[in-house]
Structure formats: C-alpha cells, structure tokens
Design a protein around this ligand. Structure first.
Ligand code: 5AD
Ligand code: SF4
Length: 469
C-alpha cells in the first residue's frame, strides 16, 4: 500500500522582521504537523501569504501577488495570515472570495486544523488573539542564525501606525523562556541571535518586578556559545544609558542600534504621538556614541506625514546630514485605516511631493553611506562567517559587529559559525570586500542564507548595506 499523499504548502512572507521570524517558526510547525514545504506554488495544496499591513504599498503588493496566482487556483486553498487578515477580518471573504482561510499572526499554530476544516467546509478562520504560547515555542533557526521574539504586540499608538490594532497589547516572553530557547539553540550549533520586538526596550513592562530589557540582554550575552547578539527595534523614548552600559560591557553584542526617529520636526513628532523631541533623540545618540564608541546607528523616517511642511522636511534633511547614520529606511506616509492619524488628519502632502522628499532623503543618505564605505577601507574587523557566497566561488560572507556584511575569499578551512578578522579593501557586488587576516576556528554547522540577509532585502538598501549575493 502506498503512503497517503503529503499536504504540500507554499509560504510567502511580506513585510517586517517579525513576519520573517514567524514564518520560519510556522514552517517548523507545519513540517512537524505532517505537511511538506514546496517552493513551487503550482505544486502546493495550501498557499499561505503571511501579510504585513504597516504600509499601504505592502498591502497592495500582497493583493497583487495573490491575484496573479488566483487565475489558476484550481483545488488549492489560499490562506491569508498575519496583520492584514486581522485588520480586515472576515470582510476579506467577501472582497476576495478566492481566499479560503484567514489566520491572525498570534494563531498560526491553528493552521493545520484550519486547513482540514476549510477542505471540509470550504472556509475557516482564526482571528484575534490566540494562545500566547506559539510566540515562545518554536525555533526559527537558519544556519547559524536565529531570531528570538521577546515581545509581541505594542501599545504605543504612534498615530500613523497600525501595529497596535493588528498585533494587540504588549506581551513579554518570560526571561527564563528566552534563556531556555537560546540555550537549546546554542546546543544545536546556533551562534548568532536577534532579539525581536516592536519596541524591545519596553520588554517586561507588562510583568510585575521585571528587570526590563537591559538585564535580559546582558544575561543572554553572557551565555556560553552566544557569539553575536543583536536586537530590533528601539523606541527613542525608552532607550538610554542602562542599555548602552550593557552593550559596552559585552563584546559579543552587536554595535548596532536601530532607533527610528520618523521626523526631525518637533511639531510632526508631536502629531505622530512619538513622545520625544529632536533634542531628546540627539542626546540619546550622543550618550550611545560616548558609551559605545564604535556603535553604528540606523533609523527610519516617514516623509509626507500630514501637515509636514517643506521646513519640517528640511529640518529632517539637515538632521540626517548631521547624524551620519549607518543606514536609513525611508518611507512615504500612507494612511492606515483605524489609526489616529487617519481619523484626525488629512493626508495632505501630494504623492509627487512625497516622492520628491523621498528621493532627496535617499540621495543624501546614499552619499553618506558611500563616504562611510570608503572610510572603512583599510580597517580590520572581527567577522562572524555566516555562509558561503552563492555567486562567488570560494568566497564567504560574514558580518562585522556593526552588522555590516563583508565578502571575502575563504581558505577552505573556515566556514559558517567561525570567527575571523577581515581587512576591508574595497567594494564588490554591493558588499564591502576584504581579505582574511587571522583565523580563530570553532566548530559549527553548515552554510545558510541568514535571515538578516533576507530581512535586509525588504528595502533597496539592507540593514547596514547588504550586497547582492
Ligand atoms: N506610513 C508610512 N510608513 C510607516 N511606518 C509605519 N507606519 C507607516 C505608515 N502608515 C514605517 C515607520 C516604522 C517602519 C517599520 O514603518 O517608519 O518605523
Ligand atoms: Fe507602531 Fe509606534 Fe508601536 Fe513602533 S512603537 S510598532 S511605530 S505603535
């Protein structure tokens, strides 16, 4: 007798770091539940679209993609998962009748059951908050790297942002669970970890007697086998000296802080409900650079927020020029349904003007990054090797403590998970290019495409300038 056919799934992820981490976890879960993954949507029985609703453009890309597959849908089931499913709810079944399953980000563990229910009844949905357990349980490792979600949800209600509505209230993963997760992963050969939360600096705010984020970061950094530790994202209002002191104390914590400013105009920041001023932000950066001298800082800005005048925008340009960030993600404001900004303000900056501001900010930042790249020539960095380069035979790709990807020729004996030092000599294929100086071999598992690399492909320029390998 032949074995029963496997149910095959195809998973496509849109949007943010959280989504990529959750998708990685979902894959583990589905495979463990008897499904098989395929990278060919035509061969799948279940197509899952893990969606992001933060910006309208992401939502449009999502629906465009689903529509392109829908024409030859056949018996395959389509599942819309994540933020957009939660935000739009069962109305989706009416507006997009070819979608069979809706599943919110917090209930992904229910997907196997939803699949069989939809096969039987035609449709199934699990929206809203589910059991918080899924967030903490499953590994999302890729090669030597693993993102670890430490919080879910957000209650900051920045006026433009849909996340508090899509992902619900702040829930912190118990510190013991975070440590156990990391320990388990170290035992499996993982060497590099990324602690993830919408605002990691609020970690523990929902728990009585929690020490907060800096002690958690310090404890994980002190664990044996953790060679690299990074974290995303830091809200400026909650970021300060206690964090920088922990970073300064632990040489394996990435010298990288991603701290979105959004705008350098105090008036715009007030209407965004960000709860800090430009002066506060600049003082925090000064403190970071004082306590962690080799730190790289990245930020996000939104151009064309309602009421943003040319003067407001010029303020932001001058700020970018002054700060010389390692990377800047630039977004054009898009009105999101249900948010305070959508209710209170008119989306009054014309699209062409948003585009103009976007291009101006981008070209300024591109010049700054080019200069930074050139300044790095001749400098030697400690590099954690992440993977073999796919398009350059015999080459390796590693990351500096600042989170910058470096391409360099291998020597046959070092591989992913090993630390080495590399002197940067130039630029190749979008990467800083260098030569290995010193070997510090340590045993580790095989090559991978790091999640950080994929996360960084979410915009034209990656987190600290990824290349195109
Ligand atoms: N429009 C444009 N950009 C947005 N972001 C969040 N919401 C919006 C919106 N409505 C950007 C912010 C945030 C990043 C993840 O996405 O800059 O930091
Ligand atoms: Fe959105 Fe603000 Fe929360 Fe970030 S801190 S997820 S921008 S509400």
């Amino acid at each position: 007798m032949s074995p029963p056919p496997m149910n095959r799934f195809f998973l496509k992820t849109f949007g943010c770091q959280m989504n990529f981490a959750e998708s990685a976890r979902l894959k583990t879960w589905l495979v463990g539940s008897g499904f098989e993954e395929t990278d060919d949507p035509e061969k799948a029985d279940l197509l899952i679209f893990n969606s992001c609703g933060v910006r309208r453009s992401a939502e449009e890309r999502l629906f465009g993609h689903i529509a392109s597959l829908q024409r030859r849908k056949g018996p395959r089931l389509f599942c819309l998962a994540g933020c957009v499913a939660n935000l739009r709810g069962e109305e989706i079944f009416r507006t997009h009748p070819f979608i069979d399953i809706l599943c919110s980000g917090s209930r992904l563990s229910e997907l196997p059951a939803l699949y069989f229910e939809a096969k039987e009844k035609g449709r199934a949905s699990a929206l809203g908050e589910g059991l918080p357990s899924f967030v903490s349980s499953l590994p999302a490792a890729q090669g030597i790297f693993c993102p670890v979600s430490i919080t879910k949800g957000c209650e900051n209600y920045c006026s433009y942002c849909v996340v508090p509505y899509a992902r619900g209230k702040l829930v912190s993963k118990p510190a013991d669970d975070v440590a156990a997760e990391v320990r388990g992963m170290v035992e499996r050969g993982i060497r590099s970890f990324l602690l993830l939360g919408q605002n990691v600096n609020e970690y523990g705010r929902d728990v009585k007697d929690s020490g907060g984020f800096p002690p958690l970061l310090g404890n994980i950094a002190a664990m044996e086998g953790v060679l690299r530790l990074s974290f995303l994202t830091s809200h400026p209002k909650d970021t300060g000296e206690d964090l920088f002191l922990v970073m300064a104390r632990h040489g394996n914590i990435n010298r990288y802080l991603h701290m979105p400013i959004q705008s350098a105009s105090d008036g715009v920041l007030r209407r965004m409900n960000r709860r800090y001023t430009l002066g506060d932000y600049e003082r925090t950066v000064a403190s970071a650079r004082l306590l962690v001298p080799d730190i790289s800082i990245g930020t996000d800005i939104i151009v064309g927020f309602p009421g943003e005048t040319s003067e407001d925008f010029d303020e932001t340009l001058r700020f970018l020029d002054r700060m010389k960030f390692e990377d800047v993600f630039i977004f054009q404001y898009s009105e999101r349904p249900g948010t305070a900004a959508a209710r209170q303000f008119k989306d009054d900056v014309p699209p062409a003007e948003k585009q103009r501001r976007h291009e101006l900010a981008l070209s300024l930042q591109t010049r700054i990054m080019q200069r930074k790249k050139e300044e790095s020539f001749g400098t030697t960095y400690e590099v954690l090797i992440e993977r073999h380069a796919e398009k350059s035979a015999g080459h390796l790709i590693g990351r500096t403590l600042m989170g910058t990807a470096v391409l360099f020729p291998g020597n046959g004996s070092l591989g992913p998970g090993d630390l080495t030092t590399v002197t940067v000599t130039g630029v190749k294929k979008g990467y800083r290019y260098g030569e290995m100086r010193q070997e510090k071999p340590s045993p580790c598992p095989p090559s991978h495409q790091s999640v950080l690399e994929r996360l960084s492909s979410r915009t034209k320029r990656g987190i600290s300038g990824g290349g195109n390998e």
